[in-house]
Design a protein around this ligand. Structure first.
Ligand code: SF4
Length: 63
């Protein structure tokens, strides 16, 4: 599945990088999400948790 991040919506909360550091990091300057990879396995629950926990709705999965 494809991971889509909208940096315009990102509130720099960092939950994604804490929950799934394999796919998400934060920009060193503004703290906004940086995608380390934009594809994830269908069975990857960490990426699903990260998307669910994002407080600003900046992340979604395209299956
Ligand atoms: S959890 Fe959401 S708001 Fe927080 S850094 Fe990640 S994408 Fe941005």
């Amino acid at each position: 599945m494809k991971i889509i991040a909208d940096r315009g919506l990102c509130a720099s909360a960092g939950m994604c990088a804490l929950t799934d550091p394999e796919h998400f990091d934060q920009d060193e300057e503004d703290g906004r999400v940086v995608l380390l990879a934009d594809e994830a396995e269908d069975c990857d629950t960490d990426v699903e948790d990260a998307v669910r926990l994002c407080p600003s709705g900046a992340l979604r999965l395209d299956r």
